[in-house]
Design a protein around this ligand. Sequence first.
Ligand code: AMP
Length: 143
Amino acid sequence: MLIVTLLRSKGDAVVTVPPSATVRELLGTLAEHRIGAVVVSSGAGIAGIVSERDVVRHLHVAGPAVLDRNVGSIMTTEVVTCRRETPVVELMTTMTERRIRHVPVVDEHGAIVGIVSIGDLVKSRISELEGERDDLVGYIGAR
Ligand code: AMP
């Protein structure tokens, strides 16, 4: 299965915040959309990605003062992305090895066309494996 198949059922909505947003505003966005990470963008392309883990790490180091800092100061700028044509199992390996739970999907021009989480990938992989199991059980039963 490819990422494009997963995006068809999940949708292509991507929540973004500008680098100038405060960490306090970021927390509001994460809570409102019930998500764990957002793409940071000032309009054109991806400037970075910031997840709840970044907030926790900086809160631990700097204390509550981090809430008034800009998202741009705590985001990860080297963003791992994938394409619509990326196989789900390949991306699962990448995410496990890199220890990241969110990956933006980009097109050939670098424009964001979706985002997938490790939860989305696990869900689609389980339904794929269940489909294969049902096919096998049907095949065995028909013999
Ligand atoms: P997460 O697993 O998404 O909570 O993110 C864990 C750490 O990896 C945080 O420091 C994120 O900023 C960073 N991160 C999350 N997603 C990506 C990504 N696609 N590319 C690079 N870093 C990421």
